[in-house]
Design a protein around this ligand. Sequence first.
Ligand code: PLP
Length: 406
Amino acid sequence: MSNEEIKANIPAIAGGTPIRQGKPTLYYGKQLIEEDDIAAVAEVLRSPEITCGPKIGELEEELCRITGARYAVACSNGTAALHMACMAAGITKGDEVIVSSLTFAASANCVLYCGGTPVFADIREDTYNIDIESIKEKITPRTRAIIAVDFTGQAVQLKELLALCREKRLLLIEDAAHSLGTKYMGRPVGSIADITTFSFHPVKTVTSGEGGACTTNNTEIALNLALLRSHGITRNKDIERHPSDDPWYNEQVLLGFNYRMTDFQAALLLSQLKKLDRFVAARAAIREKYNRAFADIPQLILQTNIPESETAQHLYILRLNAKKISCNRRQFFDALCAEGIHPQVHYLPVYRHSFYEAIGYAPNECPVANKVYYGIVSIPLYPALTEEDTDDVIAAVKRICEYFAI
Ligand SMILES: *Cc1c(COP(=O)(O)O)cnc(C)c1O
């Protein structure tokens, strides 16, 4: 079917007025910045130190308090956090790292930055999180670490993953870009894996514009992360090989980067973190409303939540039940757009990006990830959505499902 034919065949066009007629388009996610957030940024901009100042330490203390981790290292973005995590984990040429397949490319790119080889594990068809059985099949003598993504905010099976990592002497890196505020068996994400990485991009639970952080309970890893963030340069005499009393002296002890966050970003994040509980509760309320609305629609398959995880719900994903719906994902997507609701797809399995194809990954690397990918759409979910907005989303989804019902 051509795109024109697809468009002619969607309910909002074929069957009447778009549900969001006269209202702004809803996107799958967006930040909520309030006046106190803006005031916090302005205060730092008027202060003498706009980077390398006191707000970074304050932020790191707060991240430790929220996650229960011993150490937090703030950085420029979630990708930098993943890169530093892989460096601190000692990943290098010849090492394999097992990575979730249904995730943002950055979860795997960080392994390549270090010269290592990402090995993609398949996902579970119910939760869409990494499948431990698939991990077991992919472990080799070269495997050094696992990067497990808390996809949509739902924590991975940390207990089982940690047990496997201890048995096989692997490091567990948790990509928690979706899951700040998530609890696993009552404990906040960030204090459980060997290293946890966060992103504070505007679509994530809280934002600093761009921003990221690593948390860990391991003192040596934390020291390394702090060095890697700022060129590998230190004034710490315990680390310097040629410590000196010269007041200007500092020493580069390893090859690091400039992955620093500014103080005004840290101030924005500190202000946002005060609202974390409120934002998570707002997301949970929308999830519950969607779950209730969609539970009995045979055209849809909903993500399964494991009881261990209390999710901060970054994304809400609908999966089409191909046996019960006559449209494909593209038609469903276009039909939502025509209603004034612009969804997104999370994600193309990483190994299917043309770059990964070019370096030798097969398009059928992970069959479950492929199968799930063809049916998924992320619908709007963020704290600023109103009751009326979520009612519109539900009405649009229902109308499309009825229209295409088999
Ligand atoms: C957003 C995201 C990242 C990268 O974070 P940035 O801050 O955008 O660099 C990494 N992994 C996942 C799963 C993400 O969603």
